[in-house]
Design a protein around this ligand. Sequence first.
Ligand SMILES: Nc1nc2c(c(=O)[nH]1)N=C([C@H](O)[C@@H](O)CO)CN2
Length: 117
Amino acid sequence: MDTVFIRGLRIETLIGIHDYERQGRQPIVLDIEMAWDNRPAAQGDDIALTLDYQKVSERLIDYVGSSECLLVETLAERCADLLREEFAIPWLRLRLSKPDAIDAADAVGVDIERGQR
Ligand SMILES: Nc1nc2c(c(=O)[nH]1)N=C([C@H](O)[C@@H](O)CO)CN2
């Protein structure tokens, strides 16, 4: 199975359960693998047949940048649903990291896998 991936997509958003987190935005980082048959695009050298990672990235920047979730689980699930519905992606694995949440940790977050490989 081929994939298209996006690694290290950093987006400022309002996220967290604590009052101080509701006062201002902080970064989250997305790492995403998305199932896609890359052969038709390669055969025709045709961007129209790709899962265009620029369009996917721009859509996520817009959506996440205007989100106000409490939990990383909620935002991860909503991103996965959006991608699968709007881009007809049959399977994806998505890691949502919060690099600034825990001082003693490089990052915390969730990994989810949705759809059929
Ligand atoms: N499983 C989770 N645990 C925690 C979350 C979360 O979103 N999912 N969030 C917090 C706080 O917002 C933390 O990120 C900032 O101190 C704590 N635990």
